[in-house]
Design a protein around this ligand. Structure first.
Ligand code: FES
Length: 182
């Protein structure tokens, strides 16, 4: 069972998905919360077990935040415009050069999945803020683009990419890397 609720933190809809309810714990645990609290699967998830995320509810242009290994993970359903912005950049001019193709999975360019921790001093950047159609870090002003690349400010590196794989066109498993595309 996936829980989605509106947080209203950005200009566009910004959703939080409770990943504890979408991983191995599943619907049964959600129906029996007292048992779920003691379910060893929950601690397994906290320790780093992969979590599966259903992408179908994430609308074009939306960014949702989920958790994996207690880290915030942003999933950005990029629009055509977002993708074009990310691709039409002089990569060599970037502080941490990386083409858009290295930031997404081939055949799934509309999905960007990044660890939501600023690479400067670890704040959580705000989605849909800043000048680059990506994130703005309110702590010291770093700005990331629609590929999660650092474009401006003190952060030295792009937002890191978690290991993940597509297990279908509309579902990913975070915590497990695969070279194959679904
Ligand atoms: S922690 Fe993000 S800019 Fe300093």
């Amino acid at each position: 069972m996936t829980t989605v609720s509106s947080a209203g933190h950005s200009r566009r809809d910004f959703l939080y998905i409770a990943t504890g309810a979408v991983g191995a714990v599943g619907a049964a645990a959600a129906l029996v919360p007292l048992i779920a609290q003691m379910n060893p699967d929950a601690s397994t998830i906290a320790a780093g077990a992969p979590v599966e995320i259903d992408l179908a509810p994430i609308a074009d242009g939306q960014i949702v935040k989920v958790f994996w290994r207690s880290k915030p993970i942003f999933i950005f359903h990029r629009t055509k415009h977002d993708i074009e912005l990310a691709q039409n950049v002089n990569v060599a001019s970037l502080p941490d050069p990386a083409p858009d193709s290295e930031r997404v999975k081939a055949g799934h360019e509309q999905w960007l999945v990044v660890i939501g921790i600023c690479t400067h001093l670890g704040c959580i950047p705000l989605p849909h803020e800043g000048n680059y159609d990506g994130w703005f870090c309110p702590c010291h002003g770093s700005q990331y683009d629609s590929a999660g690349r650092i474009r401006q400010g003190p952060a030295p590196k792009n937002l890191y990419l978690p290991p993940y794989t597509f297990i279908s066109d509309t579902k990913i498993r975070i915590g497990e890397e695969s070279t194959k595309s679904a």
